[in-house]
Design a protein around this ligand. Structure first.
Ligand code: CO
Length: 214
């Protein structure tokens, strides 16, 4: 259990001991640099730890997390992570991972004011509006929420494909795939939404950018 601030340091020492017993050169090797193949964009929710649930080791996932895993085109933090991951680390996979029962998505689906975060979650209301015919036809609250969680991932994956960063990577012939998945808190399992994108053919014309250098 991790309850107190001091627990973090006690657990850290234990972890270092365990890792070094199995692989004495683990930290030495890792300190030389990182070559992750994956960029993970997930929710900040404490129950969705990217490395734990994928079995990834340190050095294998480049991670960006925010509330309700949204890709907002004016978010400098997300854009910097994306640009660095694609153009410097040259990751081959970008994953947007949501989770069923996401509190952020639930707030966006409702009408209560929560505070500052309402502005951040406003983008998920846009997802609802885009898919309102389908969502309004679902009576069960939890089913509707889970479907909005999935549609939110679908729209964030789409949003990623329309960024100049991803479009330029594709026009330069870089092997880059964008994937969407949802984590189930009740089972611990990942649900692949099978919406992986590997080229710009899925992008609507209005979002298309001509290659940067011609
Ligand atoms: Co969440």
């Amino acid at each position: 259990m991790t309850r107190t601030y001091q627990d973090l340091f006690v657990n850290n020492k234990k972890w270092v001991q365990e890792v070094t017993e199995q692989k004495p050169d683990f930290f030495n090797k890792l300190s030389a640099g990182q070559q992750p193949k994956f960029l993970w964009i997930g929710c900040s929710d404490s129950r969705v730890p990217a490395e734990k649930l994928t079995g990834a080791l340190p050095g294998e996932l480049f991670v960006h997390r925010n509330i309700a895993n949204v890709v907002i085109h004016s978010d400098m933090s997300m854009l910097s992570v994306l640009d660095y991951a694609v153009n410097v680390l040259e990751v081959e996979h970008i994953i947007v991972c949501g989770h069923y029962g996401c509190g952020g998505v639930a707030v966006a689906m409702g009408n209560k004011q929560v505070g500052l975060i309402d502005n951040w979650l406003r983008y998920i209301k846009d997802v609802y509006r885009l898919h309102q015919d389908e969502l309004n036809a679902i009576d069960d609250y939890h089913k509707k929420l889970d479907r909005l969680v999935e549609l939110n991932i679908q729209e964030q994956v789409y949003g990623l494909t329309t960024t100049s960063i991803v479009q330029n990577a594709w026009s330069q012939g870089k092997p880059l795939e964008v994937h969407g998945m949802v984590y189930d808190l009740k089972t611990g399992l990942l649900n692949d939404l099978h919406i992986s994108r590997t080229d710009s053919s899925v992008i609507d014309n209005v979002y298309r950018l001509e290659p940067e250098y011609v």
